[in-house]
Design a protein around this ligand. Structure first.
Ligand SMILES: Cc1cc2nc3c(=O)[nH]c(=O)nc-3n(C[C@H](O)[C@H](O)[C@H](O)COP(=O)(O)OP(=O)(O)OC[C@H]3O[C@@H](n4cnc5c(N)ncnc54)[C@H](O)[C@@H]3O)c2cc1C
Length: 440
């Protein structure tokens, strides 16, 4: 608070890496005021060498070995694993740059927190910070229940086979078994169901984000609020084994535009991690990715873009109880329980033709009436009497190619690594992807 007041007194244009004025010199009036303010500060904070008029703590450092663009769950997970795996301790300088420290549009905070591989039970083994209270991410164990129609049954069967081979405790259920286990479900049109028996559920993504932030700060990761707007790069020509000429690029500096300012700060670096979520396609473009002729490697864009998704929160006194799984219907509509008071949240992804304008995060309430509720009420007849209480929208970090994550280095911009494009399942993949990206 005190810092904030002084910042205003000093005037934004005066505080940079050092104190300067636009006309190139200080007026006597100004010098006097500055010295008066300094005296007041010194009397308020005796003994401290800190001088807020020259405070540069909001600025990024001039050098960082790794710059991570995006401080959502993916960016923070990469930062965590970089520090955790580094040898010797303190070997790597890591900077996370995010343009919005409130995360108002970040997917992480706006998601519904579902996970199919439980990495949370031992979370304090990873994220505990000495002298701080243990992290409680409000994990609610509960299986995923996926329903398949006749058309989708064979794919479900083969998916479950792979999941079991990998050690997941998942079972298949016939419509009769489904009816016995969850009598409140209408099994019309269901040919097969898969149900997770352990390690699945949901949690509070905001708590995980804050826990990761706290931990990586304690490990020495630096944060900066600002927008990455440009990269300084160099190019070199090389020939492939087939004799084709290629241009390889390397990023030398990341330009960070400071919040509420036209100023930018260059940060010299060795590696850049593009973890900008739904906006990572735009960040890739800043490095020239996709700017070459169409149909070439140089002209191939990172296929990640923001896609708006709605989440509705409703109450239904007659709705299913404590045993409610995270259910996804044959239609694509899904829901889960929220708390213990017969509250639920859910939604449905639109078809390609129905994709809403991603220009804002306004909620379309008709979408629930027309596209979500009819499916929910058909599958769970008790939901015919539900009442929507609130709703929000968030962006999927949508990979238009195959709706899966893009992980690893770019073939032409050799020091830009991706950890993005998870299209609705990035939360649960963040710990593993952070670790594998950090190991590359
Ligand atoms: C409605 C909804 C429900 C979901 N449900 C689930 C679920 O149940 N389970 C699951 O696993 N996943 C779910 N997801 C997906 C999951 O939330 C995302 O895949 C994941 O959070 C992506 O994390 P991220 O760190 O890549 O992106 P984000 O959390 O969006 O973080 C990216 C950050 O990059 C910053 N940024 C962007 N551009 C720049 C720039 N130029 N300079 C500086 N900073 C920049 C942004 O400010 C942002 O904070 C859901 C998503 C939504 C929207």
């Amino acid at each position: 608070m005190f810092r904030g007041v002084l910042w205003l007194l000093a005037g934004r244009g005066c505080v940079g890496r050092g104190l300067s004025t636009r006309s190139g010199g200080s007026t006597p009036d100004w010098t006097e005021k500055v010295s008066e303010i300094k005296k007041k500060i010194q009397s308020a904070l005796p003994g401290g060498p800190w001088d807020p008029l020259y405070d540069t703590s909001h600025l990024p450092p001039e050098h960082s070995d790794v710059v991570i663009v995006g401080g959502g769950v993916l960016g923070l997970s990469v930062a965590y694993w970089l520090k955790r795996l580094e040898k010797p301790r303190g070997a790597i300088k890591v900077l996370v740059v995010d343009r919005d420290h409130t995360y108002s549009q970040a997917s992480t905070g706006l998601s519904v927190g579902g996970i199919r591989v439980d990495f949370l039970r031992n979370i304090n083994e990873y994220l505990a910070v000495v002298d701080d209270p243990p992290l409680d991410v409000q994990f609610n164990p509960s299986g995923y229940l996926l329903l398949a129609s006749e058309k989708g049954a064979a794919i479900m069967e083969s998916n479950v086979k792979v999941q079991r081979q990998e050690g997941a405790k998942v079972c298949l259920m016939s419509p009769e078994q489904l009816q016995n286990k969850f009598p409140w479900i209408n099994t019309d049109g269901v040919a097969l169901a898969s149900y997770g028996l352990e390690g699945e559920g949901w949690f509070d993504p905001w708590c995980l984000l804050q826990g990761l932030r706290r931990k990586i700060q304690s490990l020495g990761v630096l944060f900066c609020q600002g927008e990455v707007t440009r990269f300084s790069m160099s190019s070199s020509r090389m020939q492939t084994s087939s004799g084709k000429e290629m241009t390889l690029k390397r990023i030398h500096e990341v330009h960070v535009k400071m919040d509420h300012s036209l100023e930018y700060q260059p940060v010299e670096c060795a590696l850049v991690i593009n973890a900008a979520g739904a906006w990572s396609g735009q960040v890739a473009e800043l490095a020239g990715i996709g700017k070459g002729p169409p149909g070439t490697l140089e002209g191939t864009k990172l296929p990640v873009e923001p896609r708006k998704r709605y989440v509705y929160f409703w109450h239904c006194p007659e709705g299913p109880g404590l045993e409610t799984p995270f259910m996804a219907d044959t239609s694509g509509a899904y829901f889960r329980r929220e708390g213990l008071g017969h509250n639920y949240l859910g939604g449905c992804s639109p078809t390609e033709e129905e994709e809403p304008d991603p220009g804002n995060l306004e909620v379309d309430h008709d979408f629930f009436q027309d596209k979500v509720w009819p499916h929910l009420a058909h599958r769970v007849p008790a939901f015919q009497s539900l009442k929507v209480r609130s709703a929000w929208a968030g962006y999927y970090d949508y990979n238009t190619f195959d709706q899966n994550g893009v992980v690893g280095p770019h073939p032409l911009v050799v020091n830009m690594y991706f950890a993005t494009g998870f299209s609705g399942h990035g939360l649960q993949q963040a710990p593993a992807v952070g670790r594998s990206t950090a190991s590359l």
